[in-house]
Write a protein that binds this ligand. Sequence first.
Ligand code: LLP
Length: 426
Amino acid sequence: MTSAAFPAFAYQGDTLHCEGVSLVSLAEAVGTPTYVYSRGAIEAAYRAYDAALAGIDHLICYSVKANSSLGILDVLARLGAGADIVSGGELHRWIAAGGDPAKVVFSGVGKTEAEMRDALAAGIGAFNVESTEEIEVLDQVARAAGVRARVALRVNPDVDAQTHPYISTGLTQNKFGIAAAAARDAFRRAADLPGLEVRGIDCHIGSQLTKTSPFSDAIARLCELILTLAGEGIVLSDLDIGGGLGIDYGKDGDPPPPSHGEYGAAVKQALAALGDHPIRLLVEPGRSIVGPAGVLLTRVLYNKDNEVKHFTIVDAAMNDLMRPSFYGSHHPMRPVRATSAAPRTTDVVGPICETGDFLARDRALPPLARGELLAIGAAGAYGFTMSSNYNTRPRAAEVLVAGERWTVIRERETLEHLLRGERTAG
Ligand code: LLP
């Protein structure tokens, strides 16, 4: 789980630490399950993008869906990041965390008119418009508000991101973006509408990308369109290439994600097709900014065996970290107390009443007795944000560590929180 680039989670003595804080002490102070994030790792990941794109005019719009907790957004806002949002709720969070609305891009296939109005009132940077119908609606909403909406049109470049089918978004069979063949007409129409100011072109081909070639292919298609449109007098100043790099989930045999350097070089090479057409590049990384920076800390409740399997029953479950049961994802795991005991094969499962409630299957782990702690790695992205209250389980606490200091950035939910707003019909 420790990466050479940033030792955010490493053993000090026999105890796993996040930066300078012992995960044993944290679990005692805050309880489990708890998400623990390294501030240093988040900052380093952001700076790695900034460095990789140095030399090109760029804006890093952190994809809020990956982890939208105020304490995390605050770290990114302070670094000067923009935000990629997909709902009015995410905009509300970004502004509440002190983020700059002018650096916001609003993506998503189903924006409501109310969300459009609120985003216009907040003065967001641009709407990434995803359909021809949305173009018309946004024009009307903007005109009614007496403003012009800055827009980029999201084009579906029909590029295979070579990732899990649920998180692949740039193919014709996916619901996202405007089909490449219809894009020129859509740009012409948008350019004619008085409520819209057409600024850019956007795409997002998928998540957990482990190669740079899909990025290069997508950029090549968009550059072609930019040049064609410029020939028709529609001059775009922004090119948004969507989400960022994949991350290492610690599974043997999986291809390692490309380095930021490799990514930066591929992007720059693909952009060269634009010649002297000036462009600002926008990127919307989420997973690679916060994913490796977080672990889910959980405590063993029980061990049990049957004829064929050993189960390690922990106090975190699929409602806390949905990725293993939803996508079959692999997350690396480390016992918080280092041990030299020989590993055995176990299923790490939670207390939820579903066979699908597992965090790992057939995993080699040293024996962990009742009460021992386990850290589930690469959990900082799409961990807490996808968590739910299934089985009426309060959602986990979240802690942000900086050096030897730690802050509870989200308190564990209470049973009062869970019943809020409910009533009986009598
Ligand atoms: N921009 C747009 C328009 C997106 O839809 C996404 C992710 C991103 C940026 C950020 O992509 P990233 O840099 O994180 O790859 N829940 C899934 C991931 C869903 C991603 C959805 N869109 C998971 O746990 O793997």
